[in-house]
Design a protein around this ligand. Sequence first.
Ligand code: SAM
Length: 215
Amino acid sequence: MPDALRDDVYRRPLATALERLGIGSGWRCVDVGAGGGDVSVALAEIVGRPGRVYAVDSDPTARDEAAAAAAAFSQVLAITQAAEDLVLPEQVELAFCRFLLMHVVDPAAVVRRMATVVRPGGYLVAQEPITSAGRVGGRALSMPDARHPDVGAILPALVRGAGLDIVDAWAEAPAGAGPGPVADYLAHLTGIHPGEDPVVLPPLVTVVGRREGGG
Ligand SMILES: C[S@@+](CC[C@H](N)C(=O)[O-])C[C@H]1O[C@@H](n2cnc3c(N)ncnc32)[C@H](O)[C@@H]1O
């Protein structure tokens, strides 16, 4: 488990996906909608100095945060760019996004754009929630600020629609009751403090897609 993900309640689906790929030293990756850069740093730990991680976000503040988080990793390049306009100086072995497509205007267009930067034989991994399938005290969660809070439910179709083969796809949700990282995450995400109520966070759908070709 990369150090950068130790406190991330959604770390397990990411670790499983990365294991599935066999990612290792020297891989080139892009983390689209990188936010504070937690996943970018985790990828940087794995690909090492021979590799490269492009941390892309449309918000310049996120670019600065990702750059600060990755200050010790010269293999991370933080870039301000909209996912819709994604262009990289080279193709990559892995194009990744998490909690991004739920916020963009056209998730299908963004997945298609991400697929264009994947080299033949490379992978696209997307992790997006089904927000309304989360529960607090048995009640469904909502996220009024997100454009597509349930985009996870159609994620396999989006990846297939971008011309990629689906290698693996599944859903996984952290759950808990009482104080702890799940309650803290919910409070951070929604402002709701669950107290002793049981919480099932939104299931995260992971899709591992592969571009045809390569060796
Ligand atoms: C909820 S955060 C997710 C951060 C990170 N991927 C993670 O899993 O921790 C969503 C990020 O996507 C970025 N974002 C939203 N729309 C975007 C777009 N059209 N292009 C690129 N980044 C975008 C936001 O600025 C924000 O940093």
